[in-house]
Design a protein around this ligand. Structure first.
Ligand code: GLA
Length: 372
């Protein structure tokens, strides 16, 4: 079985650690808070729904490496150390992911005044990969952070180097890279990574969501099992996103076969957000592969349809997101916008819909249909 045979699912600490102004607040990233979120992945049904990777993003590191040159957890916020946290999180039945960068500076050091120190993996690639493998790490996020300017690195070469070191450990480690889509990663990353960011950071507001979505349009031919386009982690349940916007976001990521990495506070999330994140009918669409990820298939002004073919194993037919980007209610004629089908079901409400009629979609909202 290929590693990341289906789009990886999990929870990542980065969006959770951002404050209302999208600035990182590292006091939120502690061993207690991380363990509590990991426990909540189990208690809320996230793990059972498929979210298996717990990923500790930037901001866990101590300013100094240890005497062997290994990364360590921040001395005050991770008193028992990262290996202990990995063990505790994995004891819950989760897998563990961790963050590093190919250059000298992590993005938090660069943009969020994080501690000065030798945190990057440049010239430590082997020791970092080996430490990760020994700790039982299952997922590595490797983030560019201007390593071309700071360290004169070439993205493809630098990302390949860590891929080789991870492979040399002999451990199955999902390799997730992030250079924000700057150097056409879809052309080279599928050869040695499992997922690559296609865009800069997604923030928890509607404009950022639409900007990110538009950049996905030409990329559908590059995704495949084991190697996925990554339009960035989920912001469902965060920031200013309304219920309708949360649903549109999640429906779209599902049709795009995007990795589903939640980043909301799982302890305080509303039932509505939880029900969305663990909805089996939506997750099935995300995880299903019938040869091509979803793509933009129809548009008329502010109205768009993003749709994908479903595999035979998942019941065939089509999954379609009817997206209303505009500010007023809109009607989609199903036959015109999606095609001729005999049955249609609204996946979120579970209601059957007349496939020969039209569907109303609220502003900044979407309806997700399964048609056959
Ligand atoms: C970049 C990445 C984010 C996050 C931060 C960490 O902005 O795109 O996903 O990893 O760095 O500093």
């Amino acid at each position: 079985m290929t590693l990341a045979n289906r789009p990886p699912m999990g929870w990542n600490s980065w969006n959770y650690g951002l404050n209302e102004r999208n600035r990182a607040d590292f006091s939120r990233i502690t061993e207690q808070s991380m363990l509590a979120q990991a426990q909540a992945m189990v208690d809320t049904g996230m793990l059972a729904a498929g979210y298996e990777y717990f990923v500790l993003d930037d901001g866990y590191q101590n300013a100094r490496r240890d005497w062997q040159g290994r990364l360590q957890g921040h001395a005050l916020r991770f008193r028992h150390g990262i290996p202990q946290l990995v063990e505790d999180v994995k004891a819950l039945g989760l897998k563990f992911g961790i963050y590093s960068v190919p250059g000298t500076l992590t993005c938090a050091q660069q943009y969020d005044d994080y501690v000065a120190g030798d945190l990057g993996s440049l010239n430590h690639e082997q020791i970092d990969a080996q430490a990760f493998a020994e700790w039982g790490i299952d997922f590595v996020k490797y983030d560019w952070c201007r390593a071309h300017l700071n360290d004169g690195l070439d993205p493809e070469v630098a990302f390949k180097k860590m891929a080789d070191e991870l492979r040399a450990t002999g451990r199955d480690i999902v390799y997730s890279i992030s250079e924000y889509g700057f150097w056409k990663p879809h052309e080279w990353a599928p050869k040695f990574t499992n997922m690559w960011r296609t865009t800069d950071d997604l923030f928890a507001d509607w404009d950022s969501l639409l900007r990110t979505l538009d950049l996905q349009e030409p990329l559908y031919p590059y995704s495949r099992p084991g190697a996925w386009n990554d339009p960035d982690m989920l912001q469902v349940g965060n920031g200013s996103l309304t219920s309708a916007e949360n649903r549109a976001h999640f429906f779209l990521w599902a049709v795009l076969n995007a990795p589903l990495m939640a980043g909301n506070d799982l302890i305080r999330m509303t039932d509505e957000v939880r029900d969305l994140l663990i909805h089996p009918g939506i997750i099935e669409i995300d995880q299903d592969w019938s040869g091509e990820q979803g793509k933009l298939t129809w548009r008329d002004g502010d109205l768009q349809v993003w749709s994908k073919q479903m595999s035979e194993a998942a019941g065939s037919g089509v999954a379609a997101v009817l997206l209303n980007r505009g500010e007023t209610n809109a009607r989609f004629n199903i036959e015109q916008a999606v095609g001729s089908f005999s049955t249609a079901k609204d996946v979120w409400s579970g209601d059957l819909v007349d496939a020969s009629s039209s569907v109303e979609v609220e502003p900044h909202g979407a309806v997700l249909l399964r048609l056959s």
